[in-house]
Design a binder for this molecule. Structure first.
Ligand SMILES: *[C@@H]1O[C@H](CO)[C@@H](O)[C@H](O)[C@H]1NC(C)=O
Ligand SMILES: *[C@@H]1O[C@H](CO)[C@@H](O)[C@H](O)[C@H]1NC(C)=O
Length: 108
């Protein structure tokens, strides 16, 4: 389960020219950390954040103009991303609870 959670971060190079670009997704689960949401997911292209979701807002949102415009071609895109993120949030919550039990931690 833990391995699966770690593998949810996807790293893949995407080449259209001689220059190499990257897309990365990071998902973070935590418990009892002050001023930090229990679940945060961010997407980056070339190290620049282009999408953000966290368990406080419960909404996947664009961080760049060109990501906002994705709804021109795919009107349901952000609802889909929100649903995927909500599912991941539930998975991470279960994973964190399991880890807390295995390592006798109450949080943090
Ligand atoms: C996004 O859409 C707006 C409104 O149609 C347009 O003005 C803008 O140039 C677009 N941005 C990108 C990066 O495609
Ligand atoms: C957690 O606590 C139980 C009961 O005290 C103990 O048997 C177990 O070794 C502990 N686990 C860890 C990872 O410290």
């Amino acid at each position: 389960m833990l391995l699966f959670l770690l593998l949810m971060g996807i790293v893949g190079p995407h080449c259209t020219s001689a220059r190499t670009h990257s897309i990365k997704y990071f998902s973070t689960g935590s418990s009892g950390v002050t001023n930090f949401p229990e679940f945060v997911a961010v997407g980056l292209v070339d190290e620049v954040e282009m999408m953000h979701y966290d368990s406080n807002t419960k909404k996947a949102e664009p961080k760049q103009d060109w990501m906002s415009n994705i709804t021109d071609e795919d009107p349901q895109y952000w609802e889909g991303q929100t649903q995927n993120s909500l599912s991941a949030q539930q998975l991470y919550k279960v994973g964190i609870e399991t880890l807390k039990q295995r390592f006798n931690q109450t949080g943090g």
